[in-house]
Ligand binder design. Structure first.
Ligand SMILES: *Cc1c(COP(=O)(O)O)cnc(C)c1O
Length: 375
């Protein structure tokens, strides 16, 4: 290892630079068009993204949290209804459930794949359960082959939270095409990232799409006529234009993430870290490359000292957050709490060079063995 470097955990600027010519042209096209909200870019993007996710309809919205909120609203979910999801997720997943007035019920994850444990889900159903939100965390599909049929046989909606898994597949089918609806975020560091906020709701059900579409713009059935109560959550034309450019590169970008993950897998195989496991028949898109370490905090500090960024996703599970703790119903959370204490996300983005990935891997190997010997 030579010289000091600075390697961030994610690098949205590098992504802009990789496609700067196309992105600049798209932005100019929008600027000169005079249409800045819900115009042709958004319409094209909705169609292109829905096709990418293997579904019929897409409704562009302001962010991933709103996408979940609108999906729940489209299902008619509100006060008195329970929605089951995990605690080991972005707070947004749970916040969206409360935004529509419903009650979140949180269940534990399985310890290998970090996604909703179907056994725990089975134990959490009540006669008030109206929806389940599996989260495809880190780019890994949840166990849809079990979760979707469990919900269907009870007449319960499935809304997939795909904010971290654009392009992942389960049994060869894209995530986002399994549930009644699915939601994506285009926060700048996600696998498909805007240059600001953005999100989308996708579905095969034209009625659900129509309801989400009305809800995103004041509940309008036509201009200035609010047939139902709604809100303002629109995807603007600049974001849609940029997202169209990046969508065209997403499959290749995901392939690069898988290549980097395979490199890390090989390079870190001899350490005492627990490396990411991929569910059988799933294709992981490595939004994050997450290892588990018994000396997580010390490892993070040691990497920091070498200029290597890392993050913890997530340090405090939702059921222990000050805003939710002692208020939300949840089952035993042992795997969630263990994950929060041991996970560490290493640098992962398509523009990460082989050379920088090598530098990261060598540092992790050295620091993790030194830290473990010292214990
Ligand atoms: C990022 C994220 C969200 C929220 O998306 P925003 O666009 O930030 O509102 C929701 N769920 C998960 C799992 C996420 O990672």
């Amino acid at each position: 290892m030579t010289g000091r470097r600075t390697i961030p955990v994610a690098d949205p600027r590098a992504q802009y630079l990789a496609h700067a010519g196309e992105i600049d042209a798209a932005m100019r096209r929008v600027l000169e068009s005079g249409r800045y909200i819900l115009g042709p870019e958004c319409e094209h993007f909705e169609r292109e993204f829905a096709a990418f996710a293997g579904v019929q309809h897409g409704v562009g919205v302001a962010n991933g949290t709103d996408a979940l909120h609108l999906a729940l609203r489209a299902c008619g979910i509100g006060p008195g209804d329970e929605v089951i999801t995990v605690s080991h997720t972005a707070v947004a997943t749970v916040a969206a459930i409360e935004l529509c007035g419903a009650t979140p019920v949180l269940v534990d994850i399985d310890p290998v794949y970090f996604t909703m444990d179907p056994e725990e889900l089975a134990a959490a159903f009540t006669n008030r359960t109206r929806a389940v939100i599996p989260v495809h965390l880190y780019g890994q599909p949840a166990d849809l082959g079990r979760i979707v049929p469990m919900a269907r046989e009870r007449g319960i909606r499935v809304i997939e939270d795909c904010a971290q898994a654009h392009g992942a597949t389960c049994d060869g089918r894209p995530v986002g095409s399994w549930g009644d609806l699915a939601t994506f975020s285009f926060y700048p560091t996600k696998n498909l990232g805007a240059i600001g906020d953005g999100g989308i709701v996708v579905t095969n059900d034209p009625q659900l799409a129509e309801r989400a579409r009305a809800f995103r713009e004041y509940g309008w059935s036509e201009r200035y006529v609010s047939a139902t109560p709604g809100t303002n959550s629109r995807l603007d034309e600049l974001q849609a234009g940029v997202l169209r450019v990046k969508l065209a590169h997403l499959a290749r970008d995901n392939e690069r993430r898988r290549e980097l993950a395979a490199f890390y897998d090989r390079a870190l195989a001899g350490t005492d870290l627990v490396l990411p496991a991929v569910r059988p028949n799933a294709s992981h898109v490595y939004h994050l490359y997450v290892v588990r370490s018994r000396a997580r905090n010390a490892l993070q500090q040691a990497l920091e000292a070498r200029g290597i960024g890392s993050l913890v996703h997530y340090p405090v599970p939702v059921h222990l957050q000050p805003a939710y703790r002692s208020r939300l119903r949840h089952a035993d959370m042992r795997h969630t709490e263990r994950a929060a204490a041991s996970v560490l996300s290493l640098p992962m983005y398509p523009e990460l060079s082989d050379d920088d990935a090598q530098y990261v891997a060598e540092a992790v190997v050295m620091d993790s063995s030194r830290l473990t010997i010292g214990r």
